[in-house]
Design a binder for this molecule. Structure first.
Ligand SMILES: [Zn+2]
Length: 209
């Protein structure tokens, strides 16, 4: 897995827009003049101060996010310049984006596949490459259409959730091993399983009507 991106960027210093003092790339504030900085072009992981990895501790992520977001609270910028107000909002937006992406396992997997596939995604990434997945999708669709009772639906939802958990474990392993091609395939399957769970909700509404 390519971790160098993060390490290099952390060591890099750029001049503060306000006092021209040195600021670490990705820092929210200048240590010298305390001015809020523009969001740097860093990864979502760097923005939250995390190592690149699929196994994110969501409680720790929440804590990091709320700590950073607190520092950007509009009340703290009430008496600041227009530029600082605007920059703090840009930082808050970038932070939200990073948080929302990393919090959700599917979004995280999708993001990591794009981040780590330095030589471009495997050719199969954007097509329905896997005949087995395609077959499974068709079978699932048929099963969904034939569902008559709430018990059938619950069984299907349970099976889909169990499959999702297996995919998440598989992704953890694939990313750990740096096997992006497998991670890519599992991400596609994950998307499709999420879609299935969405369909399950529609069928539930149909049964309850
Ligand atoms: Zn400064």
């Amino acid at each position: 897995m390519n971790m160098n991106v993060q390490t290099e960027a952390k060591l890099k210093m750029i001049p503060c827009w306000s006092c021209k003092g040195p600021v670490g790339v990705g820092a929210l504030f200048c240590e010298t003049c305390k001015a809020v900085q523009a969001p740097a072009a860093v990864t979502h992981f760097q923005r939250l101060g995390l190592e690149v990895g699929f196994d994110v501790d969501v409680a720790a992520l929440d804590q990091l996010y709320f700590d950073l977001q607190r520092q950007l609270h509009p009340d703290s910028f009430a008496t600041k310049t227009v530029k600082e107000k605007a920059l703090s909002q840009q930082q808050a937006t970038a932070l939200n984006d990073a948080y929302e992406t990393l919090k959700d396992p599917l979004h995280r997997a999708d993001y990591m596949v794009h981040l780590l596939a330095v030589d471009g995604l495997p050719k199969a990434a954007n097509t329905v490459h896997d005949q087995a997945v395609l077959m499974e999708a068709m079978e699932m669709r048929e099963r969904l259409e034939s569902i008559e009772t709430m018990a059938d639906l619950k069984a299907l939802a349970k099976a889909t959730k169990a499959d999702t958990n297996k995919v998440i474990s598989g992704l953890s392993e694939a990313f750990h091993d740096g096997d992006i091609e497998t991670a890519c395939k599992l991400t596609t399957r994950f998307k499709y399983l999420q879609k299935m769970l969405g369909e399950v909700r529609h069928v539930r509404a149909r049964l309850m009507a």
